[in-house]
Design a protein around this ligand. Sequence first.
Ligand code: H79
Length: 440
Amino acid sequence: MLQRLNWFEEARYGLFIHWGLYAELGGIWNGKSYPPGTEWIMRRAQIPLEEYKKLADTFNPVDFDAEDWAQKAEDFGCKYLCITAKHHDGFAMFDSAACDYNIMHTPFGRDVVKELSEACRRHGIKFCVYYSQMQDWADPDGDGNNWDFDPEKKDFTRYFNNKVKPQVRELLTNYGEIGMIWFDTPYDMPIHLCEELRDFVHSIQPDCIINGRIGYGLGDYRQMGDNEIPVLAYKGVWETPMTLNNTWGFSRTDEKWKSPKTVVKMLIDVVSKGGNLLMNVGPDARGNIPQGSVDVLNTVGKWLHKNGESIYGARACADFPYQMRWGGLTGKGATVYLHLLEPAFAPVHIKICNIETKAKRAYLLSTGEELKIFQSYELARDEYRFLVDYPKDKIDELDTVIVAEFEDTPVAHSLYMTFDPENAKGYAAPAMGEASTKGD
Ligand code: H79
């Protein structure tokens, strides 16, 4: 694996921030609502550029406090933060000599990227930037705005040389170490420009990660689709960007936040398949992250501060070919974290089927309390299994984490393994009633 991916694999959970001029509209233009995807409103409502640009004349997020946002990211348990430096609308949230259409030319006149990069550094959070490299609805040569500009006259290479490369250079030069640059919607960008962009990034900051949406598999890791989590564990490094409601940018109408339980489940689902979760918030035009989203992510953060060991640096376990309706597994070497999400599906014990590796002990992560374990050979199914008792009175309704230490990295057997009586030795058959499979 690439060295520069090490921190990313360790991090597992990041905070995505979609913030731009569109926050002023919050999904509403001329009294008409354009959910979801409020950051797309300029294109969806075909707002003339001259009209949309007026938002820059009024952009003044007086409540913006980089320190507060970085503190929040830390409280949420996020290890990296990625802010939209330029989204498809073409407006730069940083001081850019390459293009005047940027935050310095607003009543606010402060470089948000600068302030956030410094605050993140103070809080030990990897600072990352999102940059839309192909679409630009403010530039006649950028992609996507066919209502102000004639598509026939577009010269993308000119845009690439005049705006993309100079702005990417600014981002990678003026803000210290950038953990990752997050590209988006490469559409049909020619491969030689994608390669040029990749090499350009690494010529300035060799350690800066490039996400998959640079196109053609040229990125350092695989970017899953927006809000898409794969069904199976995925080999290699990957990340799912996820909305907390149903939009990336701020919405005046959408307060349908996912519950803390849903977020924790998603995080476990993603990490148990070897990926990262990049969870989004959309601050409003005053610079406040909506309180409803803060409340949800704070609750998740409190859980993470107690149980983070089972997430940060954790990996997919051997792919046990069973659906574990009670929850899921994450792992680190010979340690397995059993995430009890649905105790109703584990009325007696928690069970991992088809696991032969010997267990040493198990304990409750939150208290360290030792738990009783069983391992047995199951004649009926010709397989080994691992069971652990759990304290029914110490359930964390978000997720109760049980740590099981094995003698080695646990391996799953094929469903079609053949019976070898020798293998069955050394495992005590559980006494009746102790590790009953009734109801399983
Ligand atoms: O930045 C966020 C999105 O704006 C961006 N990717 C994430 C991280 C993105 N760009 N394009 N797409 C996603 C795919 C296009 C989705 C669309 Fe729609 C469907 C555009 C118009 C209809 C979603 C729904 C966005 C607006 C409405």
